[in-house]
Design a protein around this ligand. Structure first.
Ligand SMILES: [Zn+2]
Length: 401
């Protein structure tokens, strides 16, 4: 084995979650750029004895994206740690008070794009897994890493294809933790056990353009649009379920593009987005929206409705022994039991859930996608300890079973 030699070639200790996160932040991996982040993790993990693969996925009209799959151990159960190393663009760089890719630490805070979303999660969990296997070289089961470079982008050449790729190779997963920054303010706040789905629609109402002074020869589409939008908004889509809030429809834009005060416009357009719970599938929800519009329109409003394609379904990992095990590990290290939540936007967990139960837990996400994104050093070390504890518990329970 060349393990020791390779490991010592690294300029930092890979069991140190802060040093590892800092090294990752220094890789400018704005989607779809790999930026050196996966190469770094590949070096770190192969030095520890992981079998590492770097599949690149393509799609016509989209940039190629690099991904990483790594596994140590040959036996079941397979505990998967998932995440992404790509980050959103810096935005207005002049507004940053630190270099976005320098990974500076000041007063216990590590700054940089991706620090919390989610190089901190990746760094802490990789460090934890390495420490766990070093301390338990004969540990039962396997640990696998599923890391993508396409989460913040179209999410087409990332986790979806990586999961299919692994499945084709015969990889089978038992449980997964996704290290997205789930905590609003402190490390004991929140585990995500599900996510709402997302569906967007475009509504166009057609009228007849004309002179405001001669309305009988025109047909104002705004009148029809107001009626249709009111129908969409009239009754709640549902009242929520055991683990989810009610589904929510928001009209996100409403456009006529008419600069004149004496012209009745020809067309009005609106776009809406629905965040929906596990009552709905995208199809059943689309049918409900169509029904409401049809009824409101009657024979008088001429409209077109188009749904944008979505790969975002609602999912739930039912609370049970695995969810409890994650919550136990958080409570043991922070002194407080985290809430089980399904709030927030979508994540790659919506793809992983088709392969194995998945929960999300990571650092505090307050500054994600913001100027001066940062993560507390103490949160990185806490996440490392929590993950290490979770792995120890998981494999101890599996070993006994
Ligand atoms: Zn993220």
């Amino acid at each position: 084995m060349t393990t020791e030699r390779a490991a010592s070639a690294l300029p930092f200790d890979p069991t140190d979650p802060v040093a590892l996160t800092q090294a990752l932040v220094r890789c400018p991996s704005v989607t779809p750029q790999e930026g050196g982040a996966l190469a770094l993790l590949s070096a770190v993990l192969s030095a520890e004895g992981y079998e590492v693969h770097r599949p690149v996925f393509s799609e016509p009209g989209m940039p190629d994206v690099e991904n990483l799959y790594a596994r140590i151990g040959t036996e079941a159960p397979v505990f998967v740690i998932a995440g992404h190393t790509d980050v959103v663009p810096v935005g207005d760089e002049a507004a940053w008070t630190r270099e976005p890719f320098a990974g500076e630490i000041e007063n216990g805070i590590l700054y940089g794009r991706g620090a919390c979303d989610m190089k901190g999660g990746v760094g802490a969990m990789v460090a934890a897994a390495i420490r766990y296997r070093r301390d338990n070289p004969d540990a039962p089961g396997s640990i696998a890493f599923l890391l993508t470079g396409d989460e913040e982008g179209p999410a087409v050449n990332g986790t979806v294809k990586l999961l299919e790729w692994a499945h084709r190779r015969g990889e089978r997963f038992d449980h997964c933790i996704l290290g997205e920054p789930t905590n609003p303010a402190s490390m004991s706040d929140m585990i995500k056990i599900g996510r709402r789905g997302s569906l967007s629609g475009e509504l166009t109402v057609n009228g007849i353009q004309g002179h405001v002074g001669y309305p009988h020869v025109a047909d104002n589409p705004i009148r029809g649009m107001v009626r249709l939008l009111a129908a969409l908004d009239a009754a709640p889509l549902d009242t929520g379920t055991e683990h989810f809030d009610g589904s929510n429809l928001e009209v996100t834009t409403l456009d006529v593009g008419n600069p004149a005060t004496n012209v009745i416009p020809a067309q009005a357009k609106a776009v809406f987005n629905i965040r929906f719970n596990d009552v709905w599938t995208p199809d059943s929800l689309a049918a409900e929206i169509e029904r409401r519009l049809r009824e409101a329109a009657g024979n008088t409003v001429r409209y077109e409705l188009k749904f944008r394609p979505t790969n975002s379904v609602a999912f739930l990992t039912e609370p049970g022994p695995f969810v409890a095990m994650v919550a136990d590990a958080v409570e043991a290290e922070t002194g407080k039991r985290p809430a089980l939540s399904t709030t927030g936007g979508t994540s790659d967990a919506r793809f992983i859930k088709s392969y194995c139960p998945v929960v999300e837990y990571g650092v505090v996400g307050k500054t994600m996608h913001q100027i001066d994104e940062c993560v507390a050093v103490a949160d990185l070390t806490a996440l490392e300890r929590i993950t290490n504890r979770l792995l120890a518990r998981y494999f101890a329970v599996q070993h006994r079973a």
